[in-house]
Design a protein around this ligand. Structure first.
Ligand code: HEC
Length: 148
């Protein structure tokens, strides 16, 4: 009988560490439930990341990009960065990103790399879950919020 206790103990330990891990992740908002984003109607960009937001005016479908980005932002970013891009303090206010290519570079860097320090996920690598089309649409939306 005694040898039965050991696997059980090991199992309990594993469950406990899984639980505390998921709690830690939830605290760090590191859990990701990506929401599919339909980018039909926007110029498709392929696998290789471009350096500058291709959907900013004079792009003819900028308004569509803003619309897609609005919904994609609110489903994938808002829980940390705030509804309608107004930060509630958990994560930086993205309306403060620099406009134009300077802001684009930082935006791209962050969505590809996330923010991971000492194994803690402050921001997931969003580009693992969303296409660059979806992410540039989000960038276009954020910039439209900046002007308002
Ligand atoms: C789980 C929470 C979380 C989610 C979801 C999240 N972020 Fe973040 N984001 C953060 C945190 C926290 C930081 C600050 C990182 C740091 O401490 O360096 C950050 C930083 C950033 C920055 C840099 C801002 C700056 O001023 O330096 C950008 C850009 C960004 N996030 C974009 C996004 C986008 C776009 C999405 C959605 C596709 C997203 N994030 C989803 C938590 C999140």
């Amino acid at each position: 009988m005694r040898h039965n206790n050991k696997p059980l103990g090991t199992l309990n330990l594993t469950l406990a560490s899984l639980l505390s891990l998921s709690t830690a992740m939830a605290f760090a908002h590191g859990d990701v439930t990506p929401q599919a984003v339909d980018t039909a109607g926007l110029t498709q960009l392929g696998e290789e990341w471009v350096d500058e937001n291709p959907y900013r005016a004079p792009y003819e479908n900028q308004e569509l990009a803003i619309k897609i980005g609005d919904s994609a932002y609110n489903q994938n970013c808002a829980r940390c960065h705030g509804l309608e891009a107004i930060s509630g303090g958990i994560a930086p206010d993205l309306r403060n990103l620099e406009p134009g290519i300077d802001g684009d570079e930082w935006f791209k860097y962050r969505v590809i790399n996330g923010a991971v320090r000492d194994g803690a996920v402050y921001m997931p690598r969003m580009a693992d879950y969303l296409s660059q089309e979806a992410l540039w649409a989000i960038r276009t939306y954020i910039e439209s919020r900046r002007e308002n």
